[in-house]
Each structure stands twice: as structure tokens, then as C-alpha cells.
Design a protein around this ligand. Structure first.
Ligand code: SF4
Length: 427
């Protein structure tokens, strides 16, 4: 008999795609997966090694899961952190039974097949069910950009697009089981097809031509690759949500060049104005890095004024941290951790005000919303401007009898908080 498994996923949506592919490979081999790791005889953890905080979270999680081990339970670690720090993890955490890097699904499945198990099967109530109404489609792996602070290219390798046919097939499978939102992810989504003679616009055209009522959302678009053609494509397809996630990391040219990134403050302002002109209701999201080596008080002040000027709808901010093997590690003029953290907080508090004002402006308006879950009489739904697990949501009370998740409804926004909204179902 196959031992019951539990897969815990940390990090970004790209890791979730990897975990769901691995879960599918296990299912095909007759394994059952449970959401409760203390019921499992094999606990697998898909780790993140992106920045210091993520690494710490992965290690804390491994240690916490190690305490659940009983006689014969195996603890398997895989993913980015495992790829990067294999030797150190094995040495420092003896509870780990096996460790695998990126792209080793087959080896993981074979390892698990070799584990002897004579215990009970998992009861169906505890088996993992994919209950969310959205699915991630990984359209490429790796990255060629070479940002000097980033270890991803050394972990995930060179940029490699998936084939258009394989993405369309996977999309059809998700739509066939009732998914209502397809989310395109990659380290560098805008570069899709540059290595294979294709392009992102053709992919979106093909996905949007599939039958059904569903949303398409794109994450991680490198700013200087957001072309007029891509903006037009987003505009012409109703299925493509008017939501653009364009991480810029910084606004000031000196810092951008030091980071090894292209773009400029003036270029970004022009880009975001152009997007808003073509897509008036667009939700713009970006990510910033505070405290990169050499970021002086004047650079940071300029970044704050840039945020005040552009007024992004969504903003994520990371504090710079030294990542082994990256060029930024060896750079002089390091900003102290305390200063970097203070800058993160200043940016987030500025954004909280902007976010609240933008949320208040939605009160009284009606939107199509996708219901992710219903719990104790309250539904959590998302509008086009909410990416799952990243942004806020709309909480809906007073649900009609028999109301269930996983479908579209029309909601009227009745209240706004700093992060989330409240609403009522219209129909
Ligand atoms: S674009 Fe830059 S930050 Fe993003 S994965 Fe590639 S190298 Fe890293």
C-alpha cells in the first residue's frame, strides 16, 4: 500500500504550480494526499529561498514539521531552498530524510514508492481537494535578466518557455474541472516565447478564445517588456482582467542601474500613464525593494515622491538582504537592516493611505466577483483587482440559501477598510 502524503507549499504561486504537478504525479501512482500533515506518513515541504525572510520561514516550517514525525514518518524537503542549500540542510537538520532540488518530481515519486507502508488508508474526508476556483499556469521557468540582488537565475536556471500547446492543454484541463480563473506565472512572464519564436500576446489570444466564462490574469511582467501590443491585447479581451503586476523594484535610475535593471523614473511614469489612458479602470500593482546597497536618503525620498505621484493600486515592498552568490553581496555602501526596515515601513504606511482612499472610492459600485470560499455564513470573493493570496478581497454576508463558492456573482460594494472591502450580492 502507498503511504499517505502531505505536501506543504511555501513561497510564491510558482511553487504552488510545482506542488500541484507533483501532487498529480503522486495521484497517478495511487498515492493519496492529506491536508493534515500529522495524518501523513510522508511529509513533503516545497521550500522558498528567495530572500532572508522566506528562507527563515522555510527553516522554521521544516523544524515545526519535524516535531510531527512519529515512527516511520519521512520528512522530504524540496524546492528552491533545497536546491540552494542541500548540504547545509542535511547537516543541520538531521530529521530530514531526503532532499531534492528543482525539477526532480520523478525522483521524489520513485523515492516515495520505495517506502514500505502497512498502515490505514486516509479517510476520504481528509483527502486534499482542490477547492479554490483558480489555477496557476506556469508559462516559463528560469530567468535571463540578471538583477544583481536576485538568486533566482542561479536556482531556477536560464529562461525557458513552456510550449503553447502544453499551456493550452493544461488550461483546458483546469476549465474542464470548473476553474474560473487562470493565472499566468513565470519569473519573467513578459518574456514568454522569446526563446521559442512565440510571444505572450499570441498565448493570451489563444487562451481567451477557449470556451467558457473565466478570467485570465498575468503576474510578474518586467516593466520594459510591457509593450503597446500587450496593452492592446489586454484591452480587446473581456476575459483578461484589467490588472497588471509590474515589479519595478525602484524608481531612481542610479539604483536601477546598480541593481542591473533597465528603466527609469521618467520611463515608468510614462508607461503607467499610458496604461491608464488605454485601460482606464486598470489595477496597477508593483513591488519595490528598499535598502539596496547605495540607496541614500535622497534616493529614498525620491522613491516616496514617485509612489505619491503614481499612486499604485497595490504595492509590495521587500527589504534588501544579502543573498549568497549574488553580485549585490559584494557591493559597498550597505544600508543597515534597521534603516532598510524603516524604509519598508514608511513605504507601506504611505501605501496604506493610498489603498484606503482607493477602496473608499469603490463603495456603491457594482462588480463581477469570483467567490473563493464560504465559511460560517460569510463569503470571501475577489474582484478583477484582487489577485488570490496576494491582495485583499470582498467579504459578503447575508448569503442566499444554498449559496456556494467557486462561481461568479455580481456584488455591490458597501464598505471599505484599509485592505479589504465588504459587499452584498446583487445577483
Ligand atoms: S527579473 Fe530580476 S528579480 Fe525577477 S527573477 Fe529575474 S533576475 Fe530575479
Amino acid at each position: 500500500m502507498r503511504p499517505p502524503l502531505s505536501i506543504i507549499t511555501l513561497g510564491c504561486p510558482k511553487n504552488q504550480v510545482d506542488s500541484s504537478h507533483l501532487a498529480a504525479a503522486f495521484t497517478a501512482e495511487g498515492f493519496t494526499c492529506t491536508e493534515t500533515p500529522d495524518e501523513a506518513k510522508v511529509i513533503l515541504i516545497n521550500t522558498c529561498g528567495f530572500i532572508e525572510d522566506a528562507k527563515r520561514q522555510s527553516i522554521d516550517e521544516i523544524l515545526a514539521l519535524a516535531t510531527l514525525k512519529t515512527d516511520g514518518t519521512r520528512l522530504i524537503v524540496f524546492g528552491c531552498l533545497a536546491q540552494r542549500y542541500k548540504e547545509e540542510l542535511i547537516r543541520e537538520i538531521p530529521e530530514i530524510d531526503a532532499i531534492f532540488g528543482i525539477g526532480q518530481d520523478r525522483a521524489i515519486v520513485e523515492y516515495c514508492k520505495s517506502i514500505e507502508y502497512n498502515g490505514p488508508a486516509i479517510t476520504p474526508a481528509n483527502q486534499t481537494t482542490a477547492h479554490q476556483p483558480y489555477a496557476y499556469l506556469k508559462i516559463a521557468e528560469g530567468c535571463n535578466r540578471g538583477c544583481r540582488f536576485c538568486a533566482i537565475p542561479s536556482i531556477r536556471g536560464r529562461f525557458k518557455s513552456a510550449t503553447l500547446d502544453s499551456i493550452i492543454e493544461e488550461a483546458k484541463t483546469h476549465l474542464g474541472v470548473g476553474k474560473k480563473e487562470l493565472i499566468l506565472v513565470a519569473q519573467d512572464s513578459a518574456s514568454f516565447g522569446t526563446d521559442t519564436g512565440g510571444d505572450l500576446v499570441s498565448l493570451i489570444d489563444a487562451l481567451a478564445s477557449l470556451d467558457g466564462d473565466f478570467w485570465i490574469r498575468m503576474l510578474y511582467l518586467y516593466p520594459t517588456s510591457v509593450t503597446g501590443g500587450l496593452i492592446d491585447c489586454i484591452k480587446r479581451h473581456d476575459k483578461v482582467v484589467k490588472y497588471l503586476d509590474i515589479p519595478i523594484q525602484h524608481s531612481e535610475e542610479g539604483i536601477l542601474r546598480a541593481m542591473g535593471r533597465s528603466g527609469s523614473r521618467a520611463g515608468y511614469i510614462e508607461l503607467f500613464e499610458r496604461i491608464r489612458r488605454h485601460l482606464p479602470d486598470v489595477c496597477l500593482r508593483t513591488t519595490l525593494m528598499a535598502g539596496f546597497p547605495g540607496e541614500g536618503a535622497r534616493d529614498f525620498k525620491a522613491l516616496l515622491s514617485f509612489i505619491e505621484e503614481v499612486r499604485f493600486d497595490r504595492l509590495g515592498v521587500f527589504a534588501y538582504s544579502d543573498e549568497e552568490g549574488t553580485a549585490a553581496c559584494a557591493m559597498p555602501e550597505k544600508v543597515t537592516k534597521k534603516t532598510a526596515q524603516r524604509r519598508v515601513e514608511e513605504l507601506m504606511s504611505l501605501q496604506a493611505e493610498i489603498h484606503y482612499e482607493k477602496n473608499c472610492a469603490l463603495v456603491g459600485m457594482q462588480f463581477k466577483a469570483l467567490v473563493d470560499e464560504v465559511h460560517e455564513g460569510t463569503a470571501a470573493a475577489r474582484l478583477y483587482c484582487h489577485a488570490p493570496e496576494i491582495d485583499g478581497c470582498v467579504f459578503i454576508e447575508k448569503l442566499p440559501d444554498g449559496f456556494s463558492a467557486d462561481d461568479f456573482v455580481t456584488v455591490q460594494i458597501t464598505g471599505a477598510e484599509e485592505y479589504d472591502l465588504t459587499g452584498e450580492i446583487i445577483y
